[in-house]
Design a protein. Structure first.
Length: 348
């Protein structure tokens, strides 16, 4: 019988591979044309999935919602912004189809129960829960009823809050994973919390990942090296573009570099090295290792001192360099020229 962890990994379709998610979020700025351009660009980076956000302003917000930061000159309220970021069901269906055509899994985070209903009609394989929704048990109940896997971002949650959410999901037999995330845009190195990846894995015994807002390639590489099984980051054509997440995003070229680095790390981790043997290096060792030689002219009868010795390539023409202690204090039975190899036959 499959455990929840194995079932989740099976659904994600990876065993050794890190599941890489490029989030577009609101980088499209409400333009369906720009959004489709992102799909085509991300398809060439090697990631597994592209993620959007599904906003239905009336269902998730009100005119009283404040801006996290006042980034928009064209939207009077955050509510107005969400209205401008929304798409129709038919548009979402075309978005999903485009993703599938170019080999990307279509994902979108819902921010209301109404958005879940919409995404169920559009078609999604799994749900990603944003940091601000982890304690929204109403939304989690709605998503649990779909029976689909869930990725939980832990950005603003304490362990006490996460314990409650995990218990809630387990009571409903949900397949889920948890991502370490720091809700700071952009995230500074001292805020990454890479240590939490292992803590989450140990505490909850589920697939664990990292959701990044640092806008730096090395963050994702470090997260994968430290055991992240899922990796998410924001994507943008240029960090100078308008949007709340632009400064926290990776560019398309950076995503290509990051993805290649991650796949190389996977290959490295999958191919262990046996340091108990070095037989495969025997030919190289004969070239790089050295033999003892004398570094000056020495007369017959000279007592060898450390200061008389040098080590020269290749191995096998004199006493092994690592046996130098065996010759110190020994007497030469013949005169030797500078740089001559030293053999045991030269010693009394």
């Amino acid at each position: 019988m499959l455990t929840l962890t194995n079932r989740f990994l099976q659904n994600i379709n990876f065993s050794m591979s890190v599941f890489i998610i490029a989030e577009i979020g609101q980088a499209h700025d409400g333009s369906i044309g720009i959004l489709h351009s992102y799909i085509d660009a991300i398809a060439k980076t090697g990631v597994d999935a592209i993620k959007f956000q599904t906003h239905i302003a009336e269902a998730e917000s009100s005119i009283h919602e404040p801006f996290r930061i006042k980034f928009s000159k064209q939207d009077n309220t955050r509510f107005d912004y969400w209205k401008r970021m929304s798409f129709s069901k038919n548009q979402w269906i075309e978005i999903r189809k485009h993703c599938e055509e170019v080999g990307l899994e279509f994902m979108s985070s819902p921010f209301s129960n109404a958005a879940v209903d919409l995404l169920e009609e559009v078609g999604v394989k799994r749900y990603k829960i944003g940091s601000g929704e982890v304690n929204n048990l109403l939304l989690l109940e709605k998503i649990a009823q779909t029976g689909k896997p869930i990725i939980v971002s832990s950005g603003m949650s304490s362990y006490q809050e996460l314990d409650e959410t995990v218990s809630f999901l387990r009571e409903r037999n949900c397949e889920f994973s948890i991502m370490q995330c720091t809700t700071s845009y952009p995230t500074k190195p001292e805020q990454y919390g890479l240590n939490v990846i292992g803590e989450l894995k140990e505490r909850y015994k589920v697939p664990t990942g990292f959701s990044d807002h640092s806008a730096k390639i090395e963050t994702g590489i470090a997260a994968v090296a430290m055991g992240a099984e899922l990796l998410e980051f924001h994507a943008v054509f240029d960090r100078r573009i308008f949007g709340p997440d632009s400064l926290s995003s990776l560019t398309i070229d950076e995503i290509v570099q990051l993805t290649q680095a991650i796949r190389n790390i996977e290959l490295a981790k999958a191919n262990t090295i046996d340091k108990s043997t070095n037989e495969q290096f025997s030919e190289l060792k004969s070239i790089f290792e050295k033999s003892l030689a004398v570094n000056k002219e020495l007369p017959a009868g000279h007592i060898i001192q450390f200061s008389d010795l040098e080590a020269k390539k290749p191995k096998g023409f004199g006493i092994l360099a690592n046996e130098f202690k065996n010759v110190i204090g020994k007497k030469l039975n013949k005169a030797m020229s500078q740089w001559d190899f030293l053999n045991y036959s030269d010693l009394e």
